[in-house]
Design a protein around this ligand. Sequence first.
Ligand code: AMP
Ligand code: MG
Length: 420
Amino acid sequence: MKANPAHPPAAGLLPFREARKRVEAEAARLRPSGAEAVRLPRSQGRVLAEEVAADRDLPPFPRATRDGYAVRAADLARLPAELKVIGEIRAGGALDPSLSPLAPGCAAEIMTGAPVPAGADAVVMVEYTSRQGNQVKIERGAAAGENVVPTGSEARRGDVLLPRGTRMTPAAIAAAATAGKAEVRVHLRPRVAILPTGDELVEVAAQPGENQIRNSNSYSLAAQVEAAGGDPAQLPIAPDEREPLRRLLLEGLTADLLLVTGGVSAGKHDLVEEVLSELGAEFLFTGALIQPGRPVVFGRAPRRTGAEATPFFGLPGNPVSTMVCFELFARPVLDALSGARPAPLQFVKARLKSEVKTRTGLTRFLPAVLSGEFEEAEVEMVRWQGSGDVAAAARANCYLVVPPEAERLAAGEMVSILMR
Ligand code: AMP
Ligand code: MG
């Protein structure tokens, strides 16, 4: 097969932020491929294909938020106040009609989560009271509304609690449960094909020859894809040869997203871009000014002639590069294919433990350890041998982000980190 004259693709090497923006712009065009109903407890991490609305006011009755006494706040103008206890209101129980409306000079014993009777406008905590028979002595005043959440103040019946496109979290699951949704409609998980390339690779179960290495990228990527809500499919290792590579790329392009690892550097046997070009790929970038991960490639290619294009990433083969590039670039595409608005990259700040010397021009994402609790967060780079060092990556729990203009980061400086 003859090389495509368009190779190398002229899409260019972009600064990190531009590359990220290009991914986000492309992601905005992508849609999930369908929806299904899942039982609520199975919905964690899935993305809503329907909106969830309140089926009643929240709270449905004026809710007491403390154990104590429901009172008229005006009765506590003079302290201590002595009120007559005329009954008890329990959470979930029927409200005794004789308690409602609460008459002046009276109090009703009330439990957290119980309905505050009409007439009462505050709940005094039991801690500020003493009881003698059916009299209660109250030591502290209460403002109207204190310890009472009014009916419908959290949401009105019909209000949207969770818009379509919400990624289900434990809190979103609680909101759906409150709205009576035993099942929710969610978008299908995007299918993500993972294609490792390289003549030196063998599968995990195989005994590597002296100069061979085990394929680890397929496994880290599958784990990342799952964590991001996708459905990974591992393809067999592609050798650095056109024909088998082409066949496997075509197979990978039938998925919703294709992640290729290796074969995108400048080496003589790095054929991925060339073969993708021959398959009609368009390249949106062919490198980013980052380290690790500089040769990363992003584009779209038709799954067969004339068909709609599938987005793909060519991820540099070094294991840390592959992992970093997934976090930086593949996640927004997965979000979009899952029906969610792409989550912004969020950096947190921590104090740098020891100096980092760097070189300018590249945004760097260095495996690091974040430690310390509360306001004492400290971050330190792990010792590593570069982007092939999986052992160092496994010791890290975050990436230290070095901006392209920095020459050195001093100990004690507040620095940005990317959690993973
Ligand atoms: P490449 O991007 O193909 O030039 O590969 C860069 C480095 O990553 C080489 O040292 C490869 O052996 C290594 N590598 C490539 N693919 C994998 C993989 N699937 N698992 C582990 N290491 C890999
Ligand atoms: Mg290779």
